[in-house]
Design a protein around this ligand. Sequence first.
Ligand SMILES: Nc1ncnc2c1ncn2[C@@H]1O[C@H](COP(=O)(O)OP(=O)(O)OP(=O)(O)O)[C@@H](O)[C@H]1O
Ligand SMILES: [Mg+2]
Length: 271
Amino acid sequence: MYRKYYEMTHSPFARDIPPESLYESRAMTETLGRLAYTADRQLFAVVTSESGCGKSTLIRKFAASLSKDDYIMLYLSDSKLTPRWFYKGMLDQLGIESKFYRGDAKRQLQKEIEAIRGIQGKKVVCVLDEAHLLEKETIEEFRFLLNYRFDSMSPLALILVGQSELWDEKLRLKRYTAVRQRIDINCVLPKLDRSETDQYIRSHMKYAGCEQEIFTVSAVDEIFRSSAGIPRVINRICDKALMYGSQQQHRLIDDHAITYVTEHEMLGGEG
Ligand SMILES: Nc1ncnc2c1ncn2[C@@H]1O[C@H](COP(=O)(O)OP(=O)(O)OP(=O)(O)O)[C@@H](O)[C@H]1O
Ligand SMILES: [Mg+2]
């Protein structure tokens, strides 16, 4: 590993960076604010972006920001979720064994949410990650879940998080009009621009406890060019470049090193 060579205390591009050390772009700050509002007002929000732009990471930070005294967050990310599994997944997280039939499980969940609101005085925030993989029927089901007291209020905050096709291949379609009309907040997480890519890399290096500058300006240019500003790809390139740099005993990593690793060490489909 390169940590010793570059005198780092942590791996800079690991996936388990604690929420408080994550890089926060302007779009991320804004989205976190809108999600806090969604939770407080018990709204229906949708968050989309291309793969690897930081949606699940954002939700991790959002979860850490919610006060445990005021909120209960339910998080599901199973792919191809059917309505029955959706209800079961939610009830499981509340520590309740779900009934077999969908209608029964739905009533069970609704009753439980009502008890959490009424007895515990907490608000429920339900986050469905990988929502672009949800079955059509499940998406249609949200309409019933959000309809409470004759549609006069919502019993929970619902946040759908997914890749851009959640809009393009699902929510935009006519069959989801009733669900789409209930969406209160729509957030799109963009890719990072050149200056954010620079700040992103610096923030990771700082987290790693690395005092010295390792990536040159031309290296950051090249990282931005080949990653298109997608955090997951930036991580992969930087990690491989640090490995390569330490093997070559290069204290500085320049654009040639970046070109070398992107051409020789990256698998296809990462851009
Ligand atoms: N704000 C951030 N600070 C630090 N690292 C980040 C940040 N955003 C993303 N990352 C890094 O990029 C990687 C990809 O991010 P993430 O998994 O959140 O993307 P995603 O949008 O959920 O992708 P997918 O659509 O494929 O699920 C993460 O593992 C994390 O290491
Ligand atoms: Mg994700």
